[in-house]
Design a binder for this molecule. Sequence first.
Ligand code: T5A
Ligand code: NA
Length: 211
Amino acid sequence: SSENGTSGRGALIVFEGMDRSGKSTQARRLLNHINATTKHGAILQPFPDRNEPIGQLIDRYLKREIDFSEKALHLAFSANRWQKEPLILETIDKGVDVICDRYAFSGVAYSMAKGLDRSWVRQSDVGLPRPDIVLYFEVSPEVAKSRGGFGEERLEKEELQRNVAKEMQGLRGENWIIINANNDEDTVERDVRIAYENIIKTKELGKLTEI
Ligand code: T5A
Ligand code: NA
């Protein structure tokens, strides 16, 4: 049964999905909800984490200020996650939930969509903490396009987004919950809360083996 309460380890919750599907909006809402309604609380961990040294380079790449080769960029995104692995583990150990806004699935899907080989791409994230649940935000291209800010950063091209969506389908595991992200913010929030309440945690946090 679910240990989602005041005892035991924290949960590792991942938000994934297309650009502009509303992940960051809902990750913040879930953070506030958990902190307002539980003793254990939660922290929010975005990826890329643009405050970390490697994340600052990724940020400059996304803003078209510097260039990376595709493989170096892939490893930078992955290293940015490894940088945060100790914090994630310590936090979960203390009983606090960790909410990741994107994770290794973005890393694999974006790099594969750009043509990198799957077996090469997945290696760098093997061994990272395995999420208890992945909330996958599915949004139609038309809806995503209509939302604020689309197209500002360099990976937000339509064809790439289509390929990313295709690659993401192939990464779905049994711990994935599909969220209809075309809905309004309150409807999506309700679905996210239901998924959160139904998380079933194993005793120990697992590790990513297959991605
Ligand atoms: N990337 C990332 C890789 O290539 N490899 C990796 O390993 C990782 C981790 C930056 C880029 O990096 C790539 C993927 C990305 O291309 P990012 O920082 O997560 O990644 O990207 P952002 O641009 O910050 O975020 P997204 O584009 O993914 O947007 P979100 O978080 O899905 O959407 P959000 O919540 O910011 O909302 C977007 C807009 O829509 C509105 C919001 O108010 C906002 O204006 N909105 C809604 N409007 C109507 N109805 C709703 N339900 C709405 N929800 C939000
Ligand atoms: Na975001």
